[in-house]
Ligand binder design. Sequence first.
Ligand code: MSP
Length: 500
Amino acid sequence: MKHYLTTPIYYASGAPHLGHAYTTILADTYKRFWALCGDEVRLVSGTDEHGQKIERTAAAAGVPVTDFVADRSKEFARLWHELGLDIDRFERTTSKLHRGVALAIWRRLVSAGDIYRGNYEGLYCVECEQYFTEGDTCPVHRRALEFSAEPAWFFRLSRYQQALLDYIERHPDFISPRVRANEVLSFLRENALRDLAVSRASTSWGIPVPGDSSSVLYVWIDALASYLSALLEEDTTDLDAPSVQAWWQNTRHFIGKDILTFHAIYWPALLWSAGLPLPRQIVVNGWLTVEGKKISKSDPATIVDPRTLLPLVGRDGLRLYFLRAVTLGQDVDFSRQRLIELVNSDLANNLGNLHARFATLAIRHFGGRLHCTGPLETSDSELLAVVQAAANEVSDAFQTNAPATGARAFVLACSAVNTWFQQQAPWQQENQARRPVVLWVTSQALADLSVPGLVFVPELAGELRRRLGLPEAALWVDIGKRRETLLVHDGPPLYPRVRG
Ligand code: MSP
């Protein structure tokens, strides 16, 4: 099976922050899960580089806009690399390929009779790059909306209102979590959709509208098209290309709740108009906040640079924090203290400590060679069953978009092994006879835990596998497979305690 996973393409107007990192890490976690299931997965990210906001920000910085976006884009790509995220393709909206793909979509909208010329008059938030029909302040950025009046090309969004309602009602999993689907449904039931202005005349920083040199594509049309560009190669902008056919239908868009309307209303309508299938699912995360305020580059006091956290808790620590502390879809107030407490309790004291005690005994008493020497006691088999059940729970959690439930199951299984190990006390002289079996059972439990570990804490789990002499590559179906003999290698603590 093929899975196509996308992150939003981030505005190249500022430096990446913890909020951007969260969505991208989340998507990467899913990638690792499906890959361990033996499926083919493609994860793409990128930068959204056109539009008035970016043009203004570059001008304010006194830098040519093309240089400005190139630098910002590199920063995002570099951060994904520093966070160890396994991105298959990083798409920039200023690329030649993308321009061709966005225009190919535009031409299809025109052919469908969905584009017409009109005049736009209304209020606009440059930060959101969005028109508002109510109020005079942007609800996201809490800034005064700007009045804008200009000739524009319109997309007949209103034509798709009923189709959208029907589709979302009939596909309850199209938008996850359900509360967000309900939000979109109520909006569609209570409001008549207005046609969407899909060009801008007040900026020239964008993709020119074919046949109209005074307008560029509205930045959101441009941006959404990037999800298709990332499936195509330089020499084709054919929207029916085999690569699109192969991947598109099983697409999952990972987004924040701030951009739900664009993905759940505009994008499906645009795709229908362009004669393309809809993605399979839109997975919507809540906001990371700092003292209750959304982390946002328009509010510098809220900015947390993920790079400052890496020397403290490492890539795995940050990832596990996001997966454990954040229930997908809900807002969470970021706290450095909570981050440190969580990694210390889940990684240093739990899995790390268990492994250290186990490895010391295995090396001291058996030179690291663990062999299954005798029959298992009931408590041994029960322990291995608990680990297996936890792995099943992790798998269910990903199928139902509840990664926090999966991460909790993983950590609880580590605790269960720890508690059992403590009860067995294989370090005591009086338990000498049971020692080889206890250590062997522990090695099997650790080997099993290393597989979901590759999803939640990939570096630590990779190292755990090396220390157990297991191959680097793993599959979900390996869980529960028993290895007669394992060779335990020595090394420093897997996750030392963090002092913050
Ligand atoms: N460029 C558009 C997206 C186009 S996608 C076709 C955009 N970019 S953005 O830079 O503003 O990033 C938006 C995404 O970053 C959010 O939807 C969300 O996924 C992530 N986040 C940005 N701030 C966030 C938080 N404070 N908390 C959680 N996620 C956040 O909108």
